[in-house]
Design a protein around this ligand. Sequence first.
Ligand code: NOJ
Ligand code: CA
Length: 531
Amino acid sequence: MWWEDGVVYQVYPFSFQDGNGDGIGDLPGVIDRLDYPAETLGVDAVWLSPFYRSPMDDFGYDVADYCDVDPIFGSLGDAERLIAEAHRRGLRVILDFVPNHSSSEHPWFVASRSSRSNPKRDWYTWRDPAPGGGPPNNWLSVFGGPAWEWDEATGQYYLHSFLASQPDLNWRNPEVRRAMYDAMRFWLDRGADGFRFDVVHYVMKDPGLRDDPVVEASGPGVFKDLGEYDSLVHLHDKGHPDVHEVLREIRRVVDAYPGRYTVGEIHVLEPAALAAYYGRSEGDGLHMPFNFTLLYAPWEAAEFRRRVDEFDAVVPAHGWPNYVLGNHDEPRLATRFGPGRARVAMMLLLTLRGTPTIYYGDELGLPEVEIPPERQQDPWGLRVPGLGRDGCRTPMPWDRSANAGFCPEGVEPWLPQGPAAAERSVAAQLEDPSSMLNLVRHLLRLRRREPALHRGEYRALDEAPEGCYAFLRSVADGGPGFVVALNFTDRELEVPGVGGEVVADTGMHRVGERAGPVLALGPDEGVVVAV
Ligand code: NOJ
Ligand code: CA
């Protein structure tokens, strides 16, 4: 299927292109730039972060109407035009669906909080205070503080795993499920090619709302350090096994429309637990749970190999692996690993067995932008200093004109673009044959052209010296195979037993070279050899 052979590109609507000159990206802006993902990059699908009607407390992940477009981004007609224009270019459109919580301004929640007897009361999770007073249990909000907000008017607490203005919907109520499935159909009927489901493992919690255990001894952080939130083992506040029944239902809704794709944002690192989200058989779970295991891997060849091998081994036969190196919640790839290593990481992402999802701007090697305190916007960073996500959400630099072509001259973009936006822009990098953008375009073309790279088998090579991660991609039915050799060190390395023609290299100067019988790798260099 296209989501197995293809590549997905994430667009953050706030920051792709401003179409109406207010300094904020919008859907007409995205439409104007569709040739970029479709032609310049040649990816198969774009995933757009939310553009629904929203007070924007969490930049669109607080939805006030699942079936309309926020005026900041345009109109419902613009969304329909975007889908049509993308399809005309052979590009699929994946929408972001936010099932766990709505905005507190959603009419459902307004009704729910209006009185204890309102028919929508049970659409959210309301509880009396604990016997001694205070919140009903010890659950914490990801964004800091308790996960419960007191409602004076009706004398109960409601649950919010994120902001207080993002109350959690009660997915144990069948009416809620029906309403959410209707909202999904609304977009499927309009041609959406699938959904990325926001924190979908949160929708099912312990029905008894038991306290989360307190972390006894702090081990190595799973992802990044989340502060107070990491003081609990999140055993009961998310990921209850009943979530798999919900995913089964979601697949039934989506599978009524042929060729549609479902991917879940699920922060689970343990490979087998993550793989459970593929379901027990085709159609039983998500097409893919996002695999974030490489995001916070230390830059060590053996560790990257271990994480890939482990995941590759547990993906069920009806599933297909996938890999992610960046998104709108994480510090930029080029800053996490450094610019040279970002090229090696991108080569890995685009040559592994599994669907790559590229975060907009990572193909340019954009760094995390330093945001001055007075311009910080992300509610997480404002509540828990150090966890702000604005630095990876900055406007896309397109060319050398004012505001790097993102918005008109004289208009201040909603977030600063950071230094050297013009030199990092798409236009500037297209002129430079050895730019990161041209490397990514080259790898994307190669992946698309070569069956071994987009659907072949994967086998890590034990012959690779320490500090090098090398693997073979091959197809059983003939056709060339490829060795990908990645140097994770700043020293020169030699990989024995690799001979053939270099078809890609991170420095963009070795293509066509005959390599072998020993492949020489420069510091921080990655090479793909046709063998
Ligand atoms: C995950 C999203 O990716 C993030 O941006 C958002 O803040 C939370 N879910 C809450 O919806
Ligand atoms: Ca705009």
